[in-house]
Design a protein around this ligand. Structure first.
Ligand SMILES: [Zn+2]
Length: 151
């Protein structure tokens, strides 16, 4: 995604594309990933951008409000910002702190009770907690495994 595409993406979501917001968006939206605010800060500072911690927090919150990002809260001490817009689930490695996407169709769920009166379902987030050193695996491979499991 180039800077112009990112700029248009921000505008479509009602976010004015300031240079600092573009720096942050460029980092987040070039590929699907999960980053904490601290990781965004250290990556931007390492690259060149002069951006304050407050700007990063404000921008991440704004992106969430406008539906560009969502948070994954797996650990009270750490919030991850997820740049994948479509619904999906996660593996969370308790040892390494790493989040990996699980495609929606790879999890079967049945909620066998009514929703509380007057509410509607907004979404279901599944976090599968794992332990141990994991090898990197792509969402494509996970999807293929899920398909094989269904046969
Ligand atoms: Zn994710």
């Amino acid at each position: 995604m180039n800077r112009e595409t990112i700029s248009k993406l921000l505008e479509r979501h009602g976010v004015a594309p300031t240079p600092q917001r573009l720096d942050i968006a460029e980092l987040l939206f070039t590929r699907p990933q999960h980053l904490s605010a601290e990781q965004v800060l250290s990556t931007l500072r390492a690259s060149r951008a002069r951006v304050s911690k407050a700007t990063i927090y404000n921008t991440l919150n704004l992106f969430c409000e406008r539906g560009l990002l969502r948070t994954v809260e797996v650990d009270p001490a750490r919030i991850y910002y997820d740049s994948t817009g479509e619904p999906h689930h996660h593996f969370y490695n308790v040892d390494t702190g790493e989040l990996t996407d699980i495609p929606l169709e790879a999890v079967e769920l049945a909620v066998r009770t009514d929703l509380p009166p007057g509410t509607h379902q907004e979404g279901i987030d599944v976090v599968v907690r794992v332990r141990g050193d994991s090898l990197p695996i792509s969402p494509h491979d996970l999807r293929r495994r899920a398909e094989q499991g269904n046969r």
